[in-house]
Write a protein that binds this ligand. Sequence first.
Ligand code: ADP
Ligand code: MG
Length: 819
Amino acid sequence: MSSGGSPAESDTWKELLRGLVRLELKRGCQDDAAVGGFARLALATVEGSCTRTQPIAERGVSNELRSLLVDYQFLPNRARAGRCSALLALLGDSKSPSAGSPLPAGAPPAHATPVSKLPPDSIKALLQVLEEPVSKLWGVGPRVQEIMGKLGVGSIADLLQHAPKGYLDLRYPTELSRESLGQMVLIKARLLTVTEIRRKVLLVKASVRDPGGRVLHLVWFNNKFVRSRLQTGHDYDFYGRLENSFEGAQLMQPAFEESGTPPAQLHMNRIVPVYHLTSGITQKGLRAHVWRAVGRISSATAEYLPRDVASHFKLPDLAWSYRSLHFPTDEHEAEKARSRFAFDSLFLFELRVLMRKHAEQDVPGNPFDLPTGTVERYVGVLPFVPTSSQAAAMRDIEGDVRRPRQMHRLLHGDVGSGKTAVAGYAAYAAKVAGYQSAVLSPTEILAEQTGRVLQELLAPLGLRVATLTGGMTKSQRKSILGAVATGEIDCLVGTHAILEEGVAFERLGLSVVDEQHRFGVAQRVALGTKGNVPHSLVMSATPIPRTLALTIYGDLDISELVEKPPGRFPIQTHLMSATKRDSAYAMVREQVVQGRQAFIVVPAIDPASDEGDGTASVEETMRELTEGGLKGLRIASLHGRMKSSVKQSTMDAFRLGNLDAIVATTVVEVGVDVPNASVMVIEDAERFGLATLHQLRGRVGRGSSVSHCILIQGNVTAEGTERLQVLVHSDDGFQIAEEDLKLRGPGDILGTVQHGYDVPLFGSTALLSYRDLSALPDIRKAASELLEHDPSLGAPEHADLARMLSLRYPASKPGMEDN
Ligand code: ADP
Ligand code: MG
């Protein structure tokens, strides 16, 4: 660790923070003085200053700063202004209007008083521990911190919420019998001898005697630490596989720990937590860190939830739950703790969603003045008759944009349900009312396609549509930007490039985000600031079961496209093992001969990017197919690491029929529309989620004859087959989602949602089981009642709750995937 904390250094971060606070004040305390939120960056700045060894006096200041910032994002503007002045005063800002008085009148709620002066209160103490970075734990240096980061663990709270994926019951020694052979066994025994033998490999052999007088042999290979950790005459617990050797019963490479009584013993003689790991950290290592984190929690009872909520849902105490989640004394305790955190996860999630809804509800917007018959005029130029849900969605949108409040609508519909045409209507309505619109797509390929489709739909109505992508030349870009700024262009389509500085609209009135689950909220918001509070339409095909959709998208109004446009031919889905690949590619060839085209999707880009486990990659598959199964056909590859101009020209060639097949990563997952494509082959299908597979499958079946989706299962397991069978039997995205939910538990599915939706769940999603979700309506009700009385959680009695909420949702992580 550096010596740090010198006056110069401390001045730098303070200066930074002062600037930030002043900017935030200037911008009217919207928590937007920085990307991702002012409070978040400010907190990170304070946090950063604390990791260095700091003079004691400074530490008090940091704590005070922190306590002024933790719940900032949930405060009403007035209170925020007070906080800002208090921050400036603490930072010794002479220009601050209230310099000298650290807590200006009227501003700070009770808990803004310096933490150090708080009466001893176990929940405050617990929250303070939870907020600390893991680097505060003994033994966690920069390297371990980085590894933990890969597990999503940054704070002590994250570490404690890294729930075990399971437990090992190592409370009692195994009664050895003939059945024990080949099994993992736990024995308690005294070490008799230990020897190290260096041959080609390093061999450590030991013998032990158990309390029954039985002598067992132990053996380890290539483990140079074992010898030094074993002392003859001492008692140990050994856990390993029991095998027969010519010397008698033998334990292979057992884990061991010196016998003792808990808590002295951590890895044996108890129910032991087993975690998801990442490379660089071992079970024992992680367990020890969690153990130390748990050790920081006092044994006094502590609870941040309002008392009536905790008692209504019969929740065990928080501090107890943390201890019992990781180190339970029996299975019941573990389950009780798990379900407590499942509750927290859902409750905080609902609070967050509802608070956002409240915040967005009252944003004034520009009412569109639309003459009657606007929908009819648009429908009149469509090349098809809209489905009844498309028509209903257009009416919903019309109703929204006419009101003087900002629209926040989600257009939710399975792949191929025709969302683009509805978006076209919204853009048309904007134009009629005298506004421009912006359409944000997750990938270049999709932006280019959506731009083309909207151009076709809207040009007959007199709209000028342009597409902006990252791959354009400077002059192309410049001329488009110029036309956008003067209002010559009515509808601008693009990737996140349209969020960049320098893209100015003359009069932006509507933003559309396509495939919104691919974006972070930060980006949605950035688009929002481009205009004078534009109406917002987000579109998604994430197949959330209906039972969950309302709860999860609680802050948006929803229009759902329930039926698909008529005239679709069914897609036949085939599941086969890798040994039948030849027949899969025979089918591809047959379709190509008939003039059709094929997608071949693989999980990885190149052999190096797989995990060395033989996962199919674009490069390898290309090579294999051009030399084998698809020899002589026109094939090209497509993936996110290619230059955008190459991607575009490949996609163009495919669309024009100049290619027979493309081998791609999931870059083709979202929305690519090539009606002539009739086969979708997915290699190593078991590596994808069902929702992704369903999306991929939606790429075919758009033309006028039967299409095929071939799922090749690379690694055949019974569970994998069962999961993939769901796709063979169903073509309903919602039903698939429901089945997926039952098979995988809700964590993964909510995971997809949270990815785009930016309301991540509490702790590891492994915490949640399908059963927990049945309580969601109740939980939502409780959250909503709470907010009715205290919409911003500013009341002193909700201070701890607000703090926990901002701990769980500290940042928005904008995410763009283009692999
Ligand atoms: P998604 O909802 O997946 O974005 P798209 O908007 O790409 O779906 O539409 C899929 C295809 O269906 C497009 O080729 C589109 O032209 C066509 N389509 C949309 N609505 C209708 C309709 N009402 N009747 C016939 N075809 C339609
Ligand atoms: Mg689409």
